[in-house]
Design a protein around this ligand. Structure first.
Ligand SMILES: Cc1ncc(COP(=O)(O)O)c(C=O)c1O
Length: 402
């Protein structure tokens, strides 16, 4: 190891750090933006006359459905409010297809497959793995999925049941899919099979922190392509109000919507309507949500800018990344197969980074190259140190692999 790197690494280690850069969680100052929710008086009746203290309204109170529908640009009657987790709603949709299906239950079919853009969200992979669904990976281009690979997979494979993707500020790459990309995907998937399921996980729908590409609402693209009956769009307030304490929404064409609602009806009588009303009272409408997200952006942007400044000094021969303009992550690609080693070195110094391979199905990154950085949770001082550790570890691992 180069002497200067060696002494820098030793000096960092001597600090006895304990910093967690793993999960994309909002910082405490972001959570403070929603403190009013903790002490807010919630009315017992909704404006539409529903008693939020009792059972009923399994699809959610009208006011919350209306808010979700406006965010997803979808019709209210095709939008439901779940509990606090969009991941849970996606899980329930896969389960519903597995048990019942739009035509044939997936459980009665063999060799189930799904298309997964990579690097991607580890929990999408875990979810599909739970059902024994084979994951066919597809690269991202910076503005969506690689359509050449998508078309080739459709040609090559039978029984692909659908795709799960994050079309805005994708986790972790930051891809915002172009309208052309989404439309091409919708057209190719529909031609492949009328049961091909499009799952759009809009976890970062409103989470811009820098000027971001314009995007036609996904629901509108779905409708224009005639793909309503095989599509569902999800979002949540997990990173709008409280992580794991917000509301989750799904909009879907009627067959998919009914399938999801039927599955949910076996699991839960209704979700927490008081929390739904509390959120409506707090955020009010789409404009209220957008205003709240501007406040998040003010807090999050300096953290990403700090990270960009630290990463931009690294020689591009060591690794590269695309600057996200929203979302919660930076996806760093080392040129040499050193991701696991970098993360090990960071851990040795007391900085935890998401395990290598997490952004690929079965934790297998074939190039051992991708590292997911999550800058939002830390304060600026800790983040600065964590990035210094990361960059030092990167340089050391790169030299070692020469
Ligand atoms: C792409 C993506 N989808 C879903 C989630 C989880 O959302 P929720 O809290 O609504 O389940 C996350 C959170 O990290 C995410 O990155």
């Amino acid at each position: 190891m180069e002497k200067s790197l060696e002494s820098k690494f030793a000096a960092l280690k001597a600090q006895g750090l304990s910093i967690d850069l793993t999960r994309g969680k909002p910082g405490a100052d972001q959570l403070d933006l929603s403190n009013a929710l903790l002490s807010m008086e919630v009315f017992s009746q909704t404006p539409s006359g529903v008693d939020v203290r009792n059972y009923g309204e399994p699809l959610g109170i009208l006011e919350a459905r209306t808010l979700g529908a406006s965010l997803l640009s979808a019709p209210v009657e095709k939008t439901l409010v779940g509990e606090q987790s969009s991941l849970l709603l996606i899980y329930q949709l896969i389960l519903a297809n597995y048990l019942f299906g739009l035509k044939t239950p997936w459980k009665d079919q063999e060799n189930l497959k799904f298309i997964c853009p990579v690097p991607g969200f580890d929990r999408h992979f875990r979810l599909l793995e739970d059902f024994g669904i084979e994951m066919l990976t597809i690269p991202l281009t910076g503005s969506g999925i690689d359509m050449k690979v998508f078309n080739a997979l459709l040609q090559e494979h039978e029984n692909i049941k659908g795709i799960v993707c994050v079309p805005r500020h994708s986790n972790p790459t930051g891809d915002t899919y172009s309208d052309e990309n989404i439309t091409a995907m919708l057209e190719a998937g529909q031609s492949y099979s009328e049961e091909f399921l499009f799952i759009f996980d809009h976890a970062y729908l409103l989470h811009d922190f820098l000027p971001s590409p314009d995007q036609t609402p996904t629901w509108e693209l779905i409708t224009r392509s005639g793909a309503e009956d095989q599509a569902a769009v999800f979002c949540s307030f997990s990173k709008v109000t409280f992580g794991g304490g917000g509301l989750a929404f799904a909009s879907a064409g009627m067959p998919v919507f009914n399938l999801l609602a039927r599955q949910r009806a076996s699991m839960i009588v209704c979700s927490d309507k008081a929390n739904q009303l509390r959120h409506v009272q707090f955020l009010k409408d789409q404009t209220g949500v957008i205003e709240q997200m501007k406040k998040h952006a003010e807090i999050v942007r300096p953290k990403f800018e700090l990270a960009f400044a630290a990463l931009d000094v690294v020689n591009p021969e060591i690794g590269t990344y695309l600057k996200p303009t929203g979302g919660y992550f930076i996806s760093y690609n080392a040129k040499r197969p050193i991701a696991a080693r970098v993360i090990e070195l960071c851990k040795d110094v007391g900085v935890l980074i998401t395990p290598a391979g997490s952004t690929y199905p079965h934790f297998y990154d074939p190039l051992d190259s991708n590292i997911r950085l999550a800058p939002t949770f830390l304060g600026m001082d800790e983040l600065k140190v964590a990035l210094e550790v990361f960059v030092t570890a990167l340089m050391i691992a790169h030299q070692e692999a020469a």
